[in-house]
Ligand binder design. Structure first.
Ligand SMILES: [Mn+2]
Length: 369
């Protein structure tokens, strides 16, 4: 580690101590990063600010749950924020830090380092198994090859990562319980033996049942894009999109969920070729929205902290959250599912639409990228 990096990490450590609250993202990586931060500050899970569905720390106005003062914002991306802060993250940064902000980002570096592992660079005394829970959550078992995760017990950490990842996908799931288990137990085996783990097991089971239901939605399949539209209060759309993208490759697959947030269609896109944000902006010129690059897709090493977005290959898969569409407007210019299509065979390959269904922007995209 260079002297410059050491200095930067000690600034980050100071900013972590000076923050009025820790604001972790609620997936396994965010919660594990949050647990490292809370332990360092000698706080329990109750002290963390866990934002509700559809909220981000960057909202304008800021979510009511955020106290005034400097924050430690973990695994939420790096975007403009009108207050002092520590921001730790590994996604494509969308803003540079202000004078009163410290950003620690691994975006563009190899190997890819999720937020929990970055937190262990800031707090070297933190246990490797916490970094491991986050790394497995974002990268799968290969995450445990990171130096920050050395020695973490593979089986227990993987199982724990799957369980702490579940609550956020439910409406009002036991997210804080998941965080508490990570903060309070030194060993993954002890966390797994805690009676509260049953809450997470229930959450995982409920989610799985809802996934099994929604993944059987009949897709509308076009030449270069496919749409699955359904309604569920669970966050199932990313995995539904992922599952169908494998079957319908090389098409872009959109899983659109009408039931996730009131008045909104949330959708996830997987597969396809070219720049997805460009395709979506072309298809929806009048609609604002957010794009969050899915973890696990960055490839190109880049030097420096957060000075400029990395060049090089674009990630192909995105979670597209919070797209606001009017009730009369389909999420993209592919046909909505009709009753007759819903009654068709569930196999995506037995029947295709007879007319071209995707907007030209989808098929005009360069391949490869
Ligand atoms: Mn992450």
């Amino acid at each position: 580690m260079t002297e410059d990096e050491e200095t930067h990490l000690s600034r980050a450590r100071l900013a972590l101590r000076n923050a009025v609250a820790v604001v972790p993202h609620t997936d396994a990586d965010g919660l594990a990063a949050g647990a490292i931060a809370l332990r360092e500050r000698r706080e329990g899970a109750d002290a963390a600010v866990l934002l509700g569905r559809g909220e981000t720390p960057f909202g304008r106005p800021p979510p009511a749950a955020l106290p005034d003062g400097p924050l430690a914002v973990l695994d939420w991306g790096v975007r403009p924020l009108e207050r002092p802060a520590l921001l730790v993250d590994h996604h494509l940064p969308e803003a540079g830090p202000r004078e009163d902000q410290v950003v620690v980002s691994s975006y563009g570096f190899e190997p890819e380092t999720p937020t929990a592992a970055l937190m262990r660079r800031i707090v070297p005394a933190a246990p490797a198994r916490l970094a491991g829970v986050g790394a497995v959550g974002d990268l799968g078992r290969r995450g445990l090859d990171l130096p920050e995760c050395a020695g973490a017990p593979v089986t227990a950490v993987s199982r724990l990562a799957g369980l702490v990842n579940a609550p956020r996908r439910l409406l009002d799931g036991p997210v804080r319980t998941a965080l508490a288990l990570l903060v309070e137990h030194d060993e993954p085996a002890a966390a797994l033996a805690d009676p509260r783990i049953a809450e997470l097991e229930d959450a995982k089971r409920e989610w799985r049942a809802e996934f099994d239901r929604t993944v059987h939605t009949a897709p509308q399949v076009g030449e270069s894009a496919a749409l699955l539209r359904f309604s569920s209060p669970f966050q199932v759309h990313p995995v539904v999109a992922q599952t169908w993208a494998r079957r319908l490759a090389p098409r872009l697959v959109l899983a659109a969920n009408d039931g996730y947030l009131p008045g909104r269609v949330n959708f996830s896109a997987r597969g396809g070729q070219g720049s997805l944000p460009q395709l979506l902006r072309a298809a929806l010129p009048d609609v604002g929205g957010e794009f969050a690059p899915r973890p696990g897709l960055r490839r190109k090493p880049r030097a420096g902290r957060v000075r400029a977005p990395a060049r090089g290959p674009r990630p192909r898969a995105y979670d597209v959250a919070d797209w606001l569409t009017s009730p009369r407007q389909a999420p993209v210019s592919v046909p909505r599912p009709s009753m007759s299509s819903l009654k068709r065979s569930r196999s995506p390959l037995t029947r295709r639409l007879t007319r071209p269904s995707a907007s030209p922007t989808f098929s005009a995209a360069p391949s490869g990228s």
